[in-house]
Structure formats: C-alpha cells, structure tokens
Design a binder for this molecule. Structure first.
Ligand code: SF4
Length: 293
C-alpha cells in the first residue's frame, strides 16, 4: 500500500554531538582528525554493505515503531511512511538499492517473529534525541533507537544492531560500549527510577528466502566501574582533542595508532588506511578486506 504523499520518514543518522566522535578519538586520534579536522571527504555507503544494510534496517524499524506508537496513542498511523516504502525511497536516494531485498526480507521476518510487541510494550520514543552535560562542560548527544515501557512499568532503551551472523559474543561486545553507557546515563536522567536498562535488539540478516531467522534481545549487564568513571573517560578524550587543536598541528600529523588490531576491525580496514600509508591525498575508503560480518 502506498503511503500518504506527506507521510514522514524518520532521520536515523548520527546525532550532532554523539559518541561517534569520542569513539574515533579514543581509538586513534588520527582517525578523529581525518574525520573531523580534515576537509570533508564524501564517503557514501555504497562500498560498505554492512553499514548500508544496518542503516536501512534501522529505518524500517523506526517507521514500524512510529506507526505502532501512533496506533497506541490513537493517532493516525499513516502520518508515518510505510517501512517498505521508506526503505525503497532512501535506498534509491543513497544509491544502495542492491540491499533492499535482504533488508525487507529481514524486516518482514522480524515483524512476524515479534508479533506481540504491540501488546507487550508501550512505545515511548522512536529515534528520540537525548543529551547530557559531562563535567558541566561537554555536551554529549545520542539518538536512542527505541524506548519502551513493559507491562511491569519498567522502561528500557533498545539499540538495534544488525549482523550477518549472530553469536553469543555480541552481548559481551556491547556491555563495554561507550555509546550505550552514554545512552544509559541519558535515560536515567530522563526516566529516573523507572529506567531498567539498555537492551540490544540483535538482528541477523536473513540472506535467503526459507533461511532460519535469528533474532535476540539481551538486556546488557551493567559495568559499574565504567559508569562511575564515565565522566572522567569523556573528559580525557575531549581534553586530548582540545590539546591537539590548540597545538596547531596539521590534521594529517595527529597521533596514529598504526597497529593491526586498530587499523583493521570487524568490518575490514579503517577507511583512512590509504591516507595514513601514502599521505593525505590518497583515496578514502576502498580496500575493504572483508565484505560483511
Ligand atoms: S589507518 Fe590506523 S592509524 Fe590510520 S587513521 Fe585508521 S586507525 Fe588510525
């Protein structure tokens, strides 16, 4: 069914001052500088299948839950574009149409798998922007994928994560994620005692028709030591960035991690690897050694 011509499509991209910049700087200050200090290099999603599919799944889920929220609030759900239509439109705009089939197959299986969501959860927020002040000085923003209240009145924030293969290790990875620790802090400030935790909504992409679907929701274990030191962690990174900015060092001469564990990650090579190896004029992106993980 086609959506209304003025139906809304939700922006699921990064928030203005999110964890991403701190994460890059903590990983490698040169990576931060390539991204935030150098003249902007346009790197689209077309050469990065994991990113493209993840973005489109996020979009489908945002539209799905926005429509669900509207029904729960007795508002017209058709104010929000149908998920399938939104995915097709955005994929066309971004030049990533080759991922539409797998994304929509996954999305439809997800909706079947979690058919009781509407009865089990009250949808409180979809892609809701939050912010917190760190040490009274540094603004940290974050767009929470989904905030729900369960039947016991507990509030959870869900972060959708897509993967080509779901493993038990995923919940360990995310328990140490600064991004999710930041979301937890913002949710505690917003919902107080009712906030019950961060949950990762793990979604394995369904590669072929007839293939078994694999979805899982895991409430993350808290990391009390990291929570109590969160401000210090953020301040350390912000101060490192400020020191380098104040030093006047050229953007291609910031400290470089240069080690195989940082320069190569789960999805392939760092997109700036050629610039580090050959100089600032080298092409960004490319050289992705693993197609998708
Ligand atoms: S290739 Fe390595 S050293 Fe260069 S920006 Fe990326 S992570 Fe840093």
């Amino acid at each position: 069914m086609a959506s209304r011509h003025d139906a809304k499509i939700i922006w699921t991209g990064p928030s203005p001052r999110g964890w991403h910049r701190l994460q890059l700087a903590a990983e490698c200050l040169q990576k931060y500088a390539w991204h935030y200090e150098a003249p902007k290099a346009q790197v689209g999603m077309s050469g990065r299948p994991a990113l493209a599919r993840g973005a489109l799944v996020h979009l489908a889920l945002a539209q799905h839950y926005a429509r669900m929220r509207a029904r729960q609030q007795n508002e017209p759900e058709d104010e929000w574009c149908e998920p399938e239509e939104a995915v097709e439109l955005v994929a066309k705009l971004e030049g990533i149409e080759e991922h539409v089939l797998i994304v929509l197959r996954t999305f439809r299986r997800y909706v079947e798998f979690y058919e009781n969501d509407e009865a089990d959860f009250e949808i409180l927020g979809v892609e809701e922007m939050g912010s917190t002040k760190i040490a009274g000085k540094y603004l940290l923003t974050g767009r929470r994928d989904l905030t729900v209240r369960d039947r016991s009145q507990r509030v959870f924030v869900w972060d959708h994560k897509t993967t080509s293969r779901l493993t038990a290790r995923h919940k360990q990875f995310y328990a140490i994620s600064g991004q999710l620790l930041g979301y937890g802090r913002m949710a505690r400030e917003r919902y107080g005692e009712a906030y019950a935790g961060m949950s990762v909504n793990l979604i394995e992409l369904v590669a072929k028709d007839g293939e078994r679907s694999n979805f899982s929701r895991v409430v993350l274990e808290r990391s009390p030591n990291l929570e109590s030191r969160f401000e210090r962690i953020v301040v350390d990174v912000e101060e490192a960035i400020e020191r380098l900015q104040a030093s006047g060092r050229p953007y291609d001469d910031w400290p470089k991690a240069i080690n195989e564990l940082t320069c190569f990650h789960r999805y392939g090579a760092c997109e700036h690897i050629n610039r580090c190896r050959y100089g600032a004029g080298a092409a960004v992106g490319g050289n992705w050694v693993w197609s998708d993980q």
